[in-house]
Design a protein around this ligand. Structure first.
Ligand code: ADP
Ligand code: MG
Length: 667
């Protein structure tokens, strides 16, 4: 037998195949789905005025009797309804709803919620909301009370959704079971789940909404908390080979570096080495700003592991980055006798040798034989590697290598707790001292041409020792947007940058061609590189000093910051221009974002700004990052996270695989 909650919504009176199809667009298939489709805001139409008051105010709710209904079918179907109360009368106009001629009843009392539209000195009321008056207010469904407004889809209004849910109201306690025990609820001071669902759909007061939301937010956060605690306890059960800290040797290496490490780098190194020396696997996130020097921190962890006789793997998200790391590490480890192997799809061989560093892409994951002495895996530019891939490196069910993950984009502290709650975090906020801030300019469209002209002159003035990037959101023009694209603009740019060598690069080019173009750019055979965001992550070209981003409003600030991080990588003064596209209006939110970006150089700050204004999905890309998609809970509510983590610990003590609970929590 199908459990009640999993029953098809077509069991509900009024929902047939046609409407079920509409519901499916909202991802609603079962009774439970429908109950979990909750309002995103409320409309309070409980204050009822007289027609006279309504006319004065121009909008609101009034109670009136229908005294006449007429429908005309000239071009449009227009139904005119005359209503009155003891104070005045009104005419209401409905378009294309001829059926109202039959459904509305003369002499009956209705509640209306409407707005007066003024055109010249004519006042009209079009398509008002209405519901027959029920005498008992608790029977009223759409008007005369607090009502929820739902995420809708074409052909499915909040009114319909509300009516369908109303059919289930009496059965909510049968459909939904509260997975939490009564005494727990009391202790946590939250209301039972069925009650919360009832109140979230049909509240009688603000308090109802508040207590319902508290409970639902608890459920959403608890799911995250359980997962975090599960991972932590799993980790505690695993064993790792501790790696002794070779202080003397490391200090010598650090002294030999061409620069002095920053305070944050030193702290991160200490934390990492301490983790490595334990017999449980390290699981640490190195959360650092673009250009803050994460690679050299990683190099010390690697060096220490190799000195102890182990092997390490460094994973990069792209071939280009893997090769770049390969070159960097060859240089860094010059003079240390360390064998380094590159493993990318075109050169995919890992030798039999032990005690070495493997640098590679996904291709490493396809290798059957990994070094038996593997003890450290470093994943660069997290967000591109799924977490599952880590499982791959486990040697047996117990022993695991140590893990270090490095972020591509700085993640604000408030988020790392939820995002990466089961990891320890080291932050690098400080930039190397001699690093100059990239001068960033918000550039309105009207100044675009002078910006490009200035760039050309700047490169010529430097006798082509400096280089520029120009970034576009699209490769080709799309019919759906007015955004500029590489292929459309390239010829014009070639005109503008006459006398300079200009090339373009995008993700659809063959890998060899991409590599070739990047290498030419690196060797300064190209002065201006036009590109999509394929160059976003990690690419290091020290002589590129100018970054121009077209239609910049189309990018998240964290992404813009990544792009900005591609310049300013030497001691030369660097510039970034964020050019607003056509759609950006003066004083708009979009313009404000770009101006904020131009004035703030910290990646942590700009990411946080976007998180608050646009949400995490926009900033980090929901699918890749595994950020929870909360309907109710606040992503920044670390207090709630603490509370749920405590509770999750208690739950897991009683039941280490609380499937039933996870399945039945609100989500
Ligand atoms: P990211 O954190 O973005 O991966 P990288 O590790 O690529 O940054 O470092 C960027 C550049 O800064 C590299 O060229 C690196 O050699 C240099 N660098 C790293 N640490 C320092 C430091 N403490 N002082 C000066 N330069 C440094
Ligand atoms: Mg890097």
């Amino acid at each position: 037998m199908i459990p009640y909650k999993k029953k098809d919504i077509r069991e509900i009176k009024g929902i047939g195949d046609k409407q079920a199809l509409l519901f499916s667009k909202l991802k609603i298939f079962t009774l439970k789905d429908l109950l979990y489709h909750i309002p995103f805001r409320y409309l309070d139409t409980s204050s009822i005025s007289s027609i006279t008051e309504f006319k004065e105010r121009g909008e609101g709710t009034f109670l009136a009797k229908i005294i006449d209904i007429k429908t005309t079918y000239f071009r449009k179907t227009i139904t005119t309804v005359k209503v009155e109360d003891e104070t005045d009368s009104l005419r209401l106009t409905f378009f294309n709803q001829g059926y109202l001629q039959k459904t509305l009843k003369k002499e009956d009392l209705y509640l209306f919620n409407a707005k007066i539209t003024t055109k010249g000195n004519r006042k009209n009321i079009y398509n008002p909301k209405f519901e027959i008056f029920k005498y008992d207010p608790s029977e009223q469904l759409h008007i005369g009370k607090m009502i929820g407004v739902y995420p809708e889809t074409k052909g499915l209004t909040s009114r319909t959704i509300r009516s369908r849910i109303k059919h289930l109201e009496k059965d909510i306690t049968d459909i939904l079971m509260d997975p939490l025990a009564k005494n727990d609820l009391e202790e946590l001071a939250i209301i039972p789940l069925p009650e919360a669902i009832k109140k979230i759909h049909f509240p009688n007061s603000e308090d109802d909404i508040t207590s319902a939301r508290e409970r639902l937010a608890f459920d959403e956060m608890l799911q995250i908390a359980i997962r975090i605690e599960q991972k932590l306890s799993e980790r505690r059960k695993q064993k790792a080979n501790p790696i002794h800290i070779e202080s003397k040797y490391l200090n010598k290496y650090i002294k030999g570096l061409p620069f002095k490490l920053t305070g944050d780098q030193n702290l991160a190194i200490e934390e990492i080495l301490a983790d490595l020396s334990r017999d449980i696997p390290m699981n640490r996130l190195l959360n650092g700003d673009v250009g803050s020097g994460k690679t050299v921190v990683a190099s010390i962890a690697i060096l220490n592991s190799i000195k102890n006789g182990y092997s390490c793997i460094l994973l990069a998200p792209t071939t280009v980055l893997a090769k770049q790391h390969y070159d960097t590490f060859k240089k860094l480890f010059q003079g240390e006798r360390i064998s380094i192997e590159l493993c990318i799809s075109s050169e995919k061989t890992i030798s039999q040798a032990n005690n070495k560093l493997i640098i590679g892409t996904h291709a490493v994951l396809e290798e059957k034989i990994l070094p038996k002495d593997l003890n450290l895996v470093i994943i660069d530019e997290q967000h591109r590697f799924g977490v599952e891939q880590r499982e791959y490196f486990k040697k047996d069910t117990i022993t695991s290598p140590h893990y270090l993950t490095m972020t591509a984009t700085p993640i604000p502290r408030t988020l790392t707790e939820i995002f990466f709650g089961s990891m320890d975090v080291s932050e690098i906020k400080e930039k190397p001292a001699e690093r100059k801030v990239v001068k960033t300019f918000f550039t309105p469209l009207t100044k675009r041409n002078s910006c490009l002209e200035w760039t050309r002159e700047k490169i010529l003035e430097s006798q082509k020792s400096e280089q520029a990037f120009i970034i576009y959101p699209l490769i080709e023009e799309s019919e759906l947007s007015s955004s500029k694209s590489i292929l459309n603009e390239f010829e014009k740019l070639r005109e503008i940058f006459k006398g300079l060598k200009i090339e373009y690069l995008h993700g659809r080019l063959k890998p060899e061609l991409k590599d070739d173009i990047l290498n030419k750019f690196r060797k300064k055979e190209i002065d201006v590189l036009v590109s999509t965001t394929v160059i976003e992550v990690g690419i290091d070209i020290p002589d590129a000093t100018i970054m121009i981003i077209e239609d910049a409003e189309r990018f998240g600030l964290a992404q813009l910051h990544q792009l900005r991080g591609r310049v300013g990588r030497s001691n030369k003064e660097s510039f970034c221009f964020v050019i607003a596209g056509e759609s950006v209006e003066k004083d708009s939110e979009a313009e404000k974002r770009l101006i904020y970006f131009s004035k703030n150089s910290s990646g942590f700050d700009v990411a946080e700004y976007d998180l608050k204004h646009r949400g995490p999905g926009e900033v980090y890309g929901t699918a890749q990052s595994g950020i929870p998609n909360f309907k109710v809970a606040n992503l920044f509510d670390t207090k709630l996270l603490k509370k749920t983590r405590l509770f999750a610990k208690k739950l897991l003590k009683e039941d280490n695989d609380p499937k039933d609970i996870l399945e039945n929590l609100f989500r």
